[in-house]
Design a protein around this ligand. Structure first.
Ligand SMILES: [Zn+2]
Ligand SMILES: [Zn+2]
Length: 386
């Protein structure tokens, strides 16, 4: 659907994959996400997503119960070893812990997001070992919880983390975590914020349903390095555009699993929903989470990643989506800005000519360029695999 001014269509990154127009939506040297040219009516965006989902074939379990029973007999796959990344000033490292768990490391503060190291969620067995072990998290100074579902707020996992940490929970979460004895428990509401060792955390909304355990928060995190937005769970909602307008995060952690049957999309995102959220957020790089470890919905465990890879391939978004295996880390580096206000990397001036769309933020590098700088900026390798 084209906006009234006849400019580019709503999904600049995305478009209708069935229209026969693939790739080239996004030149590599500009940031990926913009609301420019997007119709103000978010209902049309939701309708576009609904229509697109009707056309996408996704492999599903015929019986979840049978899958669970079969899974009981199989040990989880091993995760990659996770050497702790070295993080300097102006950098942030992100380690995927499997399911919705991520470790976000700035030089001054290590944050564990939705840490869950359990092998089971009720009767559902983990398919892949956790990508981080609690004994590798002795440096955690802050624990951030998105909401109170057991795959996100897991008391047995929290009990393995340093009690010196500050733990941040959504409304209603303090009662659950207080008995664990952390040095500080902070319950935030949307709009609330907190600073610890130079890292700012602000609480943003998420759309995951209204029951008390589902009500939760997403978070914007700013330290000395690229900024990170973390959404542990939830559906696509117009709030992403509002968060994007205020924060324009560098990296967005977004959930991509739990979307079948179709009614689950009221509470969860598919990879396609997540790509729309990524665009609304105006983020530079997306890291998918909440997939591949626990079969909690009818799409097969490998489907979220398969579909995301397909979307990335079709739309030429390799530079803007980083899929981490459980245990894998990536280091991101803040771009430098020269005296003209241009962002420069390694002597090259990126963005601007060629790839610029009308109204787009010009002169800013895509994250592939930031990754390119990593080799020079990082004192030691932090990427376990290529
Ligand atoms: Zn949940
Ligand atoms: Zn969840």
């Amino acid at each position: 659907m084209a906006p009234a001014d006849g400019g580019p269509r709503a999904g600049l990154l995305l478009g209708d994959p069935f229209s026969g127009v693939f790739g080239v939506f996004l030149p590599a040297a500009i940031p990926p996400a913009t609301m420019d040219g997007m119709p103000g009516d978010t209902r049309s965006r939701a309708a576009e997503l609904r229509a697109l989902h009707r056309k996408v074939p996704v492999a599903r379990y015929r019986s979840l119960m049978l899958h669970w029973l079969g899974r009981w007999l199989r040990s989880p796959r091993r995760a990659l070893p996770a050497p702790r990344p070295h993080v300097g000033p102006g950098q942030v490292a992100i380690t995927f812990g499997g399911h919705a768990t991520a470790v976000i490391r700035y030089a001054e503060l290590t944050i564990a997001f939705d840490p869950m190291f359990g092998r089971w969620i009720r009767g559902v067995r983990r398919a892949v070992e956790p990508g981080v072990r609690a004994d590798d998290l002795g440096d955690v100074g802050m624990i951030v919880i998105s909401h109170r579902h057991l795959d996100h707020l897991h008391p047995a996992s929290l009990a393995l983390l340093p009690r010196s940490a500050t733990i941040v929970v959504p409304p209603g979460g303090a009662a659950t975590v207080s008995p664990l004895g952390f040095s500080r428990v902070v319950e935030l509401n949307v709009g609330g914020d907190l600073e610890l060792r130079g890292v700012q955390l602000s609480a943003e909304p998420m759309a995951h349903g209204d029951d008390p355990l589902a009500r939760g928060l997403s978070y914007m995190i700013r330290g000395d390095g690229p900024s990170v937005y973390a959404c542990g769970d939830g559906a696509w909602f117009p709030g992403f555009a509002d968060i994007g307008a205020r924060h324009q995060p560098d990296v967005a952690l977004l959930p991509i699993g739990g979307f079948l049957p179709g009614s689950f999309r009221e509470r969860h995102m598919s990879p396609l929903d997540a790509m729309y959220a990524f665009e609304d957020l105006r983020a530079r790089l997306m890291i998918p989470i909440h997939y591949g470890a626990f079969a909690l919905s009818y799409e097969r465990l490998g489907e979220p990643e398969r579909w995301l890879r397909q979307l990335v391939r079709e739309r030429g978004l390799d530079a803007h989506v980083r899929i981490l295996a459980p245990g894998e880390s990536e280091l991101f580096v803040t771009p430098r800005r020269d005296h003209d206000g241009q962002l420069t990397l390694g002597g090259r001036i990126l963005g601007g000519a060629g790839g610029q769309r009308p109204g787009h933020r010009g002169g800013e590098p895509a994250f592939d360029a930031l990754l390119g700088e990593r080799a020079a900026a990082a004192p030691e390798p932090t990427r376990p695999t290529t």
